[in-house]
Design a protein around this ligand. Structure first.
Ligand SMILES: [Zn+2]
Length: 191
């Protein structure tokens, strides 16, 4: 008796209209599709014996959704950072130099702290920093690409470090007392 083998390769790259589509065959019942963040290609997880034509029809039926997801990726802050020219990087800095000092002034008064020098840097791995000894506060210029609530959260976060050094429960209670909604901004920045 001939053993019925699967006629489709496990992984396959096809093009459907303008989309690059990576097919991954798996033991599953329904197709599942996503737009991959790194380069915007489409990945579809497909049941082992699903005919290729059905996969193509499925992708075509989601055309508008795919375009929308790809546009979202294109406009994400992460993508804008990757594509930024040096002129744009200077614009972020100018925006921060404009918006940060009034925020620092406002929240320093509320918290009763005395910040030192304000600095601005285009940084990869942190949104801000605070030197407890000098009070020097450094703000990541990439915050210009995020909603204003994110900038305000980072300013408050760093100023709160002038009262509480570590990320203790007391520290977070202080942040929350200033910005009851801070978790939303924090989440956006962690994404
Ligand atoms: Zn911190």
């Amino acid at each position: 008796m001939a053993y019925k083998t699967n006629k489709y390769p496990q992984d396959e790259l096809i093009f459907v209209d303008e989309f690059e589509v990576r097919i991954k065959r798996k033991k599953m019942k329904n197709m599942r599709m996503r737009v991959v963040a790194s380069d915007g290609h489409v990945e579809v997880n497909v049941p082992l014996r699903m005919p290729l034509e059905s996969v193509k029809a499925f992708v075509r039926s989601k055309h508008a959704w795919i375009v929308r997801e790809q546009q979202k990726l294109q406009n994400s802050p992460q993508r804008m950072v990757e594509l930024a020219s040096s002129a744009q990087v200077r614009e972020w800095r100018a925006a921060m130099e404009f918006f940060v000092p009034p925020l620092v002034e406002k929240w320093a008064r509320v918290l009763g702290v005395e910040p030192g020098v304000l600095a601005y840097r285009n940084m990869k791995s942190r949104w801000g920093s605070c030197q407890p000894t000098t009070g020097r506060i450094c703000i990541n210029t990439r915050l210009a690409l995020y909603p204003p609530e994110c900038l305000e959260y980072v300013v408050v976060h760093e100023l709160c470090h002038l009262r509480e050094h570590g990320h203790t429960p007391r520290f977070w209670a202080l942040v929350e007392a200033c910005l009851p909604d801070y978790k939303r901004a924090k989440k956006l920045l962690e994404a």
